[in-house]
Ligand binder design. Structure first.
Ligand code: HSE
Length: 432
């Protein structure tokens, strides 16, 4: 084993960074054996240097992240600051100065992954980011390496723990969205500003990354259709239950049947209780991958948190350090297919629509005619009188597969009918 250590610059020392540093120290001997050389921290860049950081040599702490990332003696830079800047500049500088980079930064990868990959390629460095998608769950490496010989057609999953916790609570307790969000905040699952999670930005960034790797193309955050879960009501969850379903915030990336385009979307959807994703509770993540030769694979585990994210960072760090030691480079970006990303309107899906209607002759025929006019085929219809039949009726329609644009137009037309007093719930149905 080589005795001269490989040097690692740690940019950020929050929940994830401090855990990375702790594991590097606690398991230094094992990591050295696995890499073939000792690995040590060259410096730790932080915003608040006065804060006590247990287990970290204070002489390593600096506020000058730019100088640390640019040090010529650094072999690998671990970026766990997050956000677009200064992370992008620091990572680019690390490549320019000969380091490989391990990052957990999904937002940056989804916005500017192509430029980062190009910089890594130009300087012969590794850019690894297992921690950016679903923390500890191995997804990036299986898609990029284990399935590199297969054709992936679909990636479907729960990739945000906070929203899964909220929906799980709504499902198990009957709570509304705000109440469930308050509980998630109190338990530390949701941040003080939960926007990134509840509006689906976090999941959309992960969908962009997964779609790009799975389909060997480039998908950016802006390409991902995004709907959060703030509009999901207790009535939606109850409606899903009556159908034998539950509601999940899903990230869905698909290759078109003709293989000429892809789609990527994040939105709440009903899935049957028998689907394996329905049993993913609390803040866990799970992702289904459908590949031509492999069939259906499922990846499950903790998708957030300091330790699980640090586990993924350490795995990448070991790989990057091994490559450094061997003068090698791991796989880079594989975006050769350059497939266009189709808009949401072209996605073929199913809708569950719950209507508050007048209970008079001809209503069902009127409603059915609107579906027919838009070329949307009805799968099931269920009607139940409200208040014993004295206050109109609930009409619940589940469609067959149809383009999302046709389904959306159908709902708009239904709203215009005098006999439709309200559209109580609209949700896509997936996983069948
Ligand atoms: N906030 C994310 C989640 C974890 O709840 O899954 C980081 O992506």
């Amino acid at each position: 084993m080589r005795t001269r250590p490989l040097k690692v610059a740690l940019l950020g020392c929050g929940v994830v960074g401090s855990e990375v540093a702790r594991i590097m120290t606690a398991h230094a001997d094992d990591l050295a054996q696995r890499i073939g050389a000792p690995v040590e921290l060259a410096g730790v860049a932080v915003r608040r240097p006065d804060r006590v950081r247990e287990g970290i040599d204070p002489s390593l702490v600096t506020t000058d992240a730019a100088a640390l990332a640019a040090r010529e003696d650094v072999d690998a830079v671990v970026e766990v600051i997050g956000g677009i800047e200064p992370a992008r500049t620091l990572i680019t500088s690390a490549f320019e100065h000969g380091a490989s980079v391990v990052t957990a930064n999904k937002a940056l990868l989804a916005e500017d992954g192509a430029a980062l990959h190009e910089a890594a390629e130009k300087y012969g460095a590794d850019l690894f980011y297992e921690a950016a998608v679903a923390a500890a769950i191995p997804l990036v490496r299986p898609l990029r390496e284990s399935l590199a010989g297969d054709t992936v057609n679909r990636v479907l999953g729960i990739v945000n723990g906070t929203t899964n916790f909220i929906l799980d609570r709504m499902d198990s307790t009957g709570a509304g969205y705000s109440e469930a969000l308050d509980e998630a905040t109190a338990l530390g699952y949701a941040e003080a500003d939960p926007t990134a999670d509840v509006e689906g930005f976090d999941a959309a960034a992960k969908a962009a990354i997964l779609a790009g790797i799975a389909f060997h193309t480039r998908v950016r955050l802006d390409d991902v259709h995004r709907e959060g879960l703030t509009e999901v009501t207790a009535a939606d969850i109850a409606s899903a239950k009556r159908m034998g379903c539950t509601v999940k915030l899903l990230a869905i990336c698909e290759r078109a049947v003709d293989g000429r385009s892809v789609t990527a979307r994040v939105h709440p959807a009903m899935i049957p209780l028998g689907h394996p994703l329905a049993s993913v509770r609390e803040a866990y993540n799970a992702v289904f991958v459908e590949a031509e030769a492999a069939g259906r694979l499922m990846f499950y585990g903790p998708g957030a948190g300091g330790s699980p994210t640090a586990s993924a960072v350490l795995g990448d760090l070991v790989a990057a350090c091994r490559n450094k030691l061997n003068g090698a480079k791991g796989p880079g970006e594989s975006a050769y297919t350059q497939l266009p990303v189709s808009p949401m309107g072209e996605v073929v899906t199913r809708y569950h629509i719950s209507l508050d209607v007048a209970d008079i002759p001809g209503v069902l025929a009127q409603v059915a005619a609107v579906f027919a006019e838009h070329g949307v085929s009805i799968d099931t219809v269920r009607q139940k009188g409200k208040d014993g039949g004295h206050d109109g009726a609930w009409l619940v329609v589940v469609t067959h597969h149809a383009p999302d644009a046709a389904l959306g137009a159908t709902v708009e037309a239904l709203r215009q009918l005098d006999t439709v007093r309200g559209v109580a719930s609209i949700m896509r149905v997936e996983g069948e």
